[in-house]
Design a protein around this ligand. Structure first.
Ligand SMILES: C[S@@+](CC[C@H](N)C(=O)[O-])C[C@H]1O[C@@H](n2cnc3c(N)ncnc32)[C@H](O)[C@@H]1O
Length: 206
C-alpha cells in the first residue's frame, strides 16, 4: 500500500495503508491497552464462562485482545487481520497463538460454524455500515455460539476523536446505530458494558 491510497484510495485501501504504517509501533499501544482488556474479559468471563471455547479474533492487530479473551480456554485461538505487518508483530508477541492473514469481508480460510466465539475489537467502527454488515455476516457464518464485538459505546475522549478523524472512521454512526444493526442478524443479543471505559461488548447469540 502506498501513500496515495490514504488520499485517493477506497475506504479499505486507506484503512490498510494506515494499519500497515502503524503496525511496527502498534504493539506498544496494545501493551498499554492489555490491562483494560483483561478487566473487560474478566467481566465477560463472569457472565459467559469462556472456558472451553475456541476463539477466532477478526482484525486482531498485534494480538492483545485475543490474548486477553483466550486466557481462560485451552481450545484453539486464532487471530486474523488483512495487514501482514500486524500479523508479523502478533506472531512475535504471542508465539503460542495462531495468526492468519485474511480480509474480514471474506474469511475464506475459515469454515462455517468452526469456532465457538468469533470476536472483533475496535474493528467494526472503522467501516461504513454496508461493509460492517458484510463482516458481521461473515463472523456469524463462522460462529457456533457467539459473536462478540468489543467497541465504542458512549463518550469518546478527544484524543481518540482526532485519531478517528484521521482514519476517517464511522465511529459516530457506529455508536448511534450498532445496537440496532446487530439485531438485524441475530434474534438474541446482549450487551456487556466495559468497566472504566465508555466501551461495550455487543453480543450476538447464534
Ligand atoms: C484499531 S485496530 C484493533 C486491533 C486489535 N483488535 C485491538 O483491539 O487491539 C483495527 C485492526 O483491524 C484490522 N482491519 C481493519 N479492517 C480490516 C479488514 N477489512 N480485514 C481484516 N482486518 C481489518 C486492521 O488492520 C487493524 O489491525
Amino acid at each position: 500500500m502506498a501513500l496515495h491510497h490514504y488520499f485517493f484510495g477506497t475506504d479499505k485501501q486507506r484503512a490498510k495503508f494506515i494499519f500497515d504504517f502503524i503496525a511496527p509501533i502498534y504493539g506498544v499501544l496494545g501493551k498499554a491497552a492489555r490491562k483494560g482488556y483483561d478487566q473487560i474479559c474478566d467481566k465477560l468471563n463472569r457472565r459467559y464462562a469462556l472456558l472451553n471455547y475456541s476463539i477466532l479474533d477478526v482484525g486482531t492487530g498485534t494480538g492483545e485482545w485475543l490474548a486477553s479473551i483466550s486466557k481462560y480456554t485451552d481450545q484453539q485461538s486464532v487471530g486474523t487481520d488483512f495487514s501482514a505487518k500486524m500479523i508479523k508483530q502478533a506472531r512475535a508477541a504471542f508465539p503460542d497463538n495462531e495468526f492468519v492473514v485474511n480480509d474480514a469481508e471474506a474469511l475464506t480460510k475459515f469454515d462455517d460454524n468452526s469456532f465457538d466465539i468469533v470476536t472483533a475489537s475496535y474493528v467494526l467502527h472503522g467501516m461504513k455500515n454496508y461493509d460492517r454488515a458484510i463482516v458481521l455476516k461473515e463472523m456469524k457464518r463462522i460462529a457456533k455460539k457467539f459473536v462478540m464485538i468489543h467497541d465504542f459505546e458512549a463518550d469518546t475522549p478527544t484524543v481518540v476523536k482526532v485519531l478517528e478523524f484521521l482514519e476517517r472512521s464511522d465511529y459516530v454512526n457506529f455508536k448511534k446505530n450498532f445496537k440496532e444493526e446487530i439485531k438485524i442478524l441475530f434474534s438474541e443479543t446482549d450487551i456487556v458494558k466495559c468497566p472504566r471505559t465508555a466501551n461495550a461488548i455487543y453480543i450476538g447469540i447464534v
